[in-house]
Design a protein around this ligand. Structure first.
Ligand SMILES: Nc1ncnc2c1ncn2[C@@H]1O[C@H](COP(=O)(O)OP(=O)(O)OP(=O)(O)O)[C@@H](O)[C@H]1O
Length: 318
């Protein structure tokens, strides 16, 4: 391997992808090192899958470059792909072939020596907790087990980098946890992972760094702690009111002591507050004085959803 601790394993610079008139990816750059997880977070249509497809060598970028371990996709496509495992968003399995045969098939695609394939397939099935189901067909598997088998298929050739495109879609919480534990073990073993999702809890748990994208562009990048520093306020208060407020009341609320931010969508208000106790009392007092009652109140510490909201003015899951 011609990488060092200081040089990233995956390096993508200024990637662009266009479908007809639509620019799906507009200059995304990213890096991942061995033993690191990069989370790619963004709402539906942000350009996550298009980015992954370019990183995986499945779709040709309209601009920019990508290298893995110093091997450029443009120069040595097979060499590049050997270093990467892809777990696609859509399950890619033969439902009527046993799990083991599914994994072996991927081994053949990567031209692994036949003598090694069986042992290697059993090894990766064990890695995803499916060794005892090797002879069963995925048709009889739960959604979570199929996802894990999909991951095993992506690991058969011993890639250094694993690209995962929403690997928990349609998975129950228990299986999701099993998948996370397996991904954490791969990371500990030194693999680099790029993980796309629109669930902020998943990147909060798994990712060392995250790239937040929207409309094909980087909105923010950094560790969780770095992203939290972008937040205008540490606490949030969300209200659903019985009716929409007018611009005078809006201005009054924004001017209250402790109110650092106010996002308004119809009758829903979200405040960023420096102090939850004092700020909430002031907000609720001002609403009561104006004769507007809340229908629903919730509060909490700010999270990645709030980072996205404060940077784009939109919800992650619109
Ligand atoms: N093959 C294609 N042809 C035309 N437009 C496409 C194609 N693939 C994606 N798009 C468009 O490009 C944009 C980005 O899509 P992409 O699938 O990369 O986003 P995403 O962030 O992965 O979304 P999701 O979370 O819904 O999978 C969207 O507007 C989508 O409609």
């Amino acid at each position: 391997m011609n990488t060092t601790a200081s040089s990233p394993l995956l390096q993508a610079d200024f990637l662009r992808k266009r479908y007809g008139e639509r620019e799906a990816v507009r200059g995304i750059s990213l890096q991942v090192s061995a033993g690191e997880v990069l989370g790619l977070l963004g709402p539906n249509g942000a350009g996550k899958s298009s980015t992954i497809a370019m990183l995986a060598g499945l779709s040709r970028p309209d601009g920019g470059s990508v290298t893995v371990g110093g091997t450029a996709l443009a120069q040595d496509e097979f060499g590049y792909k050997r270093r990467i495992g892809l777990v696609p968003q859509e399950l890619a399995l033969f439902e009527d072939l046993p799990a083991l045969a599914n994994v072996e098939l991927f081994g053949a695609l990567y031209e692994l020596p036949a003598a090694q394939v069986r042992a290697r397939a059993m090894e990766v099935l064990a890695q995803v907790g499916l060794a005892d189901r090797a002879q069963d067909k995925p048709a009889s598997f739960s959604g979570g087990m199929k996802r894990r088998l999909n991951i095993a298929c992506a690991l058969i050739h011993g890639p250094e980098l694993l690209l995962l495109d929403e690997p928990t879609a349609g998975v129950d919480p228990q299986s999701r946890n099993a998948i996370f534990e397996q991904l954490e073990a791969l990371k500990r073993a030194g693999m680099a992972l790029v993980y796309t999702t629109h669930y902020m809890e998943e990147v909060e748990r798994l990712a060392d760094r995250m790239l937040i994208i929207d409309h094909g562009q980087q909105v923010a990048h950094g560790s969780l702690a770095e992203l939290y520093r972008l937040l205008p306020a540490a606490e949030t208060l969300s209200l659903e009111l019985e009716r929409e407020i007018d611009s005078n009341l809006d201005a009054t609320l924004r001017a209250l002591p402790g109110v650092q931010q106010l996002q308004r969508r119809g009758s829903q208000l979200q405040f960023g507050l420096s102090d939850l106790g004092r700020g909430s009392a002031a907000v609720l007092g001002a609403l009561a004085a104006a004769g507007v009652a809340p229908r629903h109140i919730s509060s909490g510490r700010a999270n990645l959803e709030d980072v996205f909201l404060s940077l784009t003015g939109r919800q992650l899951r619109d």
